[in-house]
Unconditional design. Structure first.
Length: 164
């Protein structure tokens, strides 16, 4: 049993200092974020970018927040971050957009998205209105008669009797 706990403790410690690496891209620029834990970014870590043939195409360092950005000239790259003391992370990344071109959303798509949003709002509030209009079952008799159920002649007397 002690060996199981020892192995579990070693595994937990190994992942506690793991270097995490996230990459996104936009307009032929990759944005790199690396950190050990959410509160411990990989500061001033070396970032190497290689093309498909293994040739180094970029070499830079992360900032104080563990971030950096690199403009690319190729679609497929391998990004490697060295955090020191054996902490390294490596990701093969494929650019999603065209190099040097901005990806634009077609006008019809934006209009359709807006119309769908308005339809969803109308549907939601229409459903609420229908649900609210449904008559609720009558409540059990509590012994108190509401004014609407008191005959008119009694209502006038009750109003007059309340005056001094």
């Amino acid at each position: 049993m002690k060996t199981v706990w020892l192995i579990l403790a070693l595994v937990v410690c190994a992942f506690a200092h793991r270097l995490n690496l996230f990459i996104t891209d936009e307009n032929a620029t990759i944005y790199i974020r690396s950190y050990f834990t959410k509160s411990a970014p990989c500061k001033e870590c070396e970032v190497l970018v290689f093309d498909q043939s293994g040739r180094e195409i970029a070499n830079t360092k992360t900032d104080e927040n563990g971030r950096t950005a690199i403009v690319l000239e190729t679609h497929n790259v391998v990004v490697s971050v060295n955090g020191g003391m054996g902490h390294t992370a490596r990701i093969e990344y494929k650019l999603t957009g065209e190099l040097g071109e901005e990806i634009e959303t077609p006008l019809w798509f934006s209009l359709a998205k807006g119309a769908l949003s308005i339809f969803a709002i109308v549907l939601f509030f229409g459903t609420l209105r229908i649900v609210k209009r449904k008559k609720l079952p009558p409540k059990k008799d509590s012994g108190v008669t509401p004014d609407s159920e008191v005959p008119r002649s009694d209502r006038k007397e009750s109003l007059n009797s309340s005056r001094p």
